[in-house]
Design a protein. Structure first.
Length: 134
């Protein structure tokens, strides 16, 4: 996907709104649905890939901007994990949109580790969070 997106300089006015189950913060519209718009006869596969990459990044940026507006505290960095973080174009675009550093976790699926820790605490494998080694 990244290689294909890099074949074009931008999305060519194609936009993707990733609202498969609505758009929540900061818009709170459960009835919103995903959409891919702006295609023309000049639209190439690379434009579509770039729009699909950028859509979630615009959403993340909206949420960060809302948080900054609410708290008055600018976000200087964001720690990320998950499958999308292997996409260099995606991570650079997110950094550019937010004007912040993007820090990739060494562990790609930190959510799974958090779930395992929560389960271990629940079954008393660890007495407290301080007993969990990082």
């Amino acid at each position: 996907m990244e290689a294909e997106a890099l074949t074009v300089k931008d999305s060519g006015d194609v936009y993707f709104v990733p609202a498969f189950q609505g758009i929540y913060s900061p818009h709170w519209r459960g009835d919103a649905r995903a959409i891919l718009i702006g295609m023309s006869l000049n639209t190439e596969r690379g434009h579509l890939m770039r729009a699909l990459i950028e859509g979630p990044l615009f959403r993340s940026t909206e949420i960060v901007q809302a948080m900054t507006k609410d708290t008055g505290v600018p976000i200087k960095s964001m720690v990320v994990d998950g499958g999308m973080t292997v996409n260099n174009l995606m991570m650079q675009t997110q950094a550019d949109l937010m004007n912040a550093d993007i820090i990739r976790k060494e562990e790609k699926e930190i959510t799974a580790i958090g779930a395992a820790i929560a389960a271990g605490l629940h079954v008393k494998y660890w007495a407290s969070l301080s007993d969990v080694e990082s």
